[in-house]
Design a binder for this molecule. Structure first.
Ligand code: NDP
Length: 295
């Protein structure tokens, strides 16, 4: 058996196209959704993310407001910028790129963002809305992962779901989304006993750990839907004999080739969950723009 690949790149492109179409329709009514992205410092990965986010925001027809602050920005200065963006009517979504430099407490900043502009969905009000089944802004990565699951297994009712990872950004909201779809959900983490055995129960297995290829083929229930959220940079073995080859490559938290032989459907890395994250950010910005205007 070979698992059906879940093409996150194509599904994300289709979502971005839908967002762009709706954005055009809003523009015709004089509404121009805007996303403000704040980057503090020079973290190279964050710079790439912010650049991609801004480019895709513009491509979708939305306004993009980029704020780049020096690495020694004080927490007070960042909070002042967030307050300005909260009050700016042209700004529908605010995203402060994480991680933040050590002098700034990320949780304080997240809590300063107006919940109706919190397009990352990290504010406790939005986390609480998700947990209590109220409409709100849902974190982009689990939202995107859920959309990918829907393409291969639309009816999840009664299925066993296992989420490995309990972060506020991925693991916990992912588990809430699966619970809302009537899965029987287990959240596994670093203290979980006999993780392989827990994973073998899963009809839907979501790995959000940050450990390269940790989930092996024999951890997977035959036919399961496997969603690999992990993005890990590892040395590229090809670079040993080919000087032209890239020194590193990206792998997920799942041993892809092994998993393919057992799973029913699986997301690749790269090209699975990753592209969905920014597409969902745009979808959240659109949702925020409409909700703020009562559309
Ligand atoms: P965190 O480091 O915040 O959380 C990792 C989780 O994995 C923790 O709950 C931790 O458990 C658990 N864990 C660590 N080691 C083990 C282990 N040996 N066995 C079982 N569980 C373990 O990471 P994030 O949630 O932020 O991200 C997870 C992964 O997803 C990363 O690779 C990240 O790069 C990727 N990611 C990808 C995104 C995308 O767009 N595709 C977006 C966001 C993240 P404990 O709580 O006990 O420490």
């Amino acid at each position: 058996m070979s698992a059906t690949p879940i093409d996150g790149k194509a599904i994300a492109a289709a979502l971005r196209a839908r967002v762009a179409e709706e954005t055009r329709a809003l523009a015709a009514r004089g509404v121009h959704p805007g996303l403000a992205v704040v980057l503090v410092g020079e973290d190279p990965a964050s710079r790439v993310y912010v650049r991609n986010k801004a480019a895709q925001t513009v491509e979708a027809g939305m306004r993009s407001f980029e704020h780049r602050l020096p690495a020694d920005t004080t927490q007070a200065d960042l909070l002042a910028l967030v307050a300005t963006l909260n009050a700016d009517d042209d700004v529908d979504g605010i995203l402060v790129q994480l991680p933040l430099p050590a002098q700034i407490d990320a949780q304080t900043v997240i809590e300063a963002i107006a919940p109706d502009k919190d397009v990352d969905g990290f504010h406790p009000v939005n986390a609480g809305r998700l947990a209590t089944g109220m409409p709100g802004l849902v974190p982009c990565t689990p939202l995107g992962a859920m959309m990918l699951i829907d393409t291969v297994r639309p009816d999840l009712s009664g299925l066993e779901a296992v989420v490995i990872g309990r972060s506020n950004i991925v693991g916990k909201p992912m588990a809430q989304l699966l619970l809302a779809r009537s899965c029987t959900v287990t959240i596994a983490h670093s203290r979980t006993r006999d993780l392989p055995d827990v994973c073998r129960r899963a009809d839907v297995l979501v790995a959000a750990v940050g450990r390269p290829e940790m989930v092996r083929g024999d951890w997977i229930k035959p036919g399961a839907v496997v969603i690999d959220v992990g993005i890990n940079r590892v040395p590229n073995p090809a670079a040993e004999h080919d000087p032209a080859a890239k020194k590193t490559r990206l792998v997920g938290d799942v041993a892809f080739a092994e998993a393919c032989a057992v799973a029913g459907a699986i997301t690749p890395v790269p090209g699975g969950v990753g592209p969905m994250t920014i597409a969902c950010l745009l979808a959240n910005t659109l949702q925020a723009a409409k909700a703020r205007r009562g559309i």
